[in-house]
Design a protein around this ligand. Sequence first.
Ligand code: BMP
Length: 498
Amino acid sequence: MNSLTEISRNGAMKRNLLRLMLKAGVFKFGEFQLKSGQISPIYIDLRECIGYPKLLRLISEALSVLIQKSGVEYSGVLGVPYAALPYATFAAGEFLEKPLLIVRKEAKAYGTKKLIEGPYQPDDQLVIIEDVVTTGASILEVVGTLKAESLVSNNVFCILDREQGGAYKLYEAGVNLHSLLDMKTVLTFLYSVGAITEEQWNDIFVALNLNFMAPLKLSIDTELEDLNSLPYVDCSRTPLNERESLTESPLNKKIISLMKNKKSNLCLAIDYTTTEQVLQMVELAGPFVLAIKLHADAITDFNEEFTKKLVTMANDINFIIFEDRKFGDTGNTNLLQLSGAQKIASWADVVTVHAVQGNDSIGGVFRKLALDPAYRLSGVLLIAQLSTKGSLTALPGYTESAVEIANNNRDVVSGFIAQTRVSACSDLLNWTPGVNLDAKTDSAGQQWRGVDQAIDIQQNDIVIVGRGVTSSSEPVQQLKRYRQIAWDALTKNDTSIH
Ligand code: BMP
């Protein structure tokens, strides 16, 4: 698949980059004389990028992701002056959190007379950041300077490979070139969005002496450009059978086994306010769902008899009882709430917990009850992202921190409440609210999307549907409809199921 149409953060990042570059005037069209004497109808001026903070940030982030994904080991980031310095500074300081080094063009005639600035020891491995690679000559010069100081630098990360032989020259010298963009990607994008004609495409290939290829028009979906709506991790879904045996959490083993038996990855959110209404709906929904989600504190006549009936039904019809309390206090208060008036830990299989309270309060308290057979509670779902418009869970670093807490507490955290897949660990389940096949928003900040978006594109596992079913005059029909669509989407490429 071409990276320009990839449904992933990587694909979206490239599309965003190219769109912003186009707006910033990076691609200039006209008649430009090249070093070779050829006349080119395009001139790519990456220097324009630093004038646009959003673009500068996005390029630095994309370079950082490229470095992280490469698996290369390194102790510092070297920016090649001058053009690559802003990106290297941003990438090293903000995204990679590694020391920045700079190689001077000429040694100072006074002071330390050093050619390389920044902290280093002999034999340190560095990654090099460059803006554009044409023939590779200037990179090789830098590599030579570093070698003279016993520094190793076999990997260069650049924004654009002009495809003028640079990659091969570097390869011959034992240096790998990793580029965010190459000329063919740039030209395919420009042609696809109508910024260049077929004639210009041909002229550019000739002028730049590129290996010819026929013009390629891709349909580039602007709806997929919101980075936050795409999976945090690029991974294909592991077959359910494999996930069942991988997971060490008894709760997840039960959930996955239920999913397979009932052919359902549907959780119904019953947000009714009386026990009678709730129990009636549970009876209708029980056979079709994997889980019933409640807000016990919204039920005005909540009582112990209700929870007894609920537990009996859950045991008979086989579903998970999910109390969506969203605990978010000190560990001690969580504990009091779990065993307080509503005795949540004694009837709920799983509860939601806000990551905001931090690792210790989550791990300590919930583990204590979840691993104690005296309580029904056997796991928690961490809120990694909320579905509401403007939620602060979208602030940089929040979701990643929630994932880290989950990783530290794998015996008690069974998965996430999120909008998009947030972890590559296939034993952690991604539950997603904000699903409705017939409406987009309510009047209170909720944002809904369809099952295709939630399961296919955003790689979630379990859909949480509320009013799509509970406000319908024909709830059973809706339950059947949601269950079928969600199950088909989850299992369509799962060979362990068919
Ligand atoms: P509905 O489809 O009717 O909007 O219901 C969604 C349910 O999921 C509600 O119970 C809500 O509290 C819950 N929820 C949500 O909508 N978004 C979130 O991010 C987290 C939730 O728990």
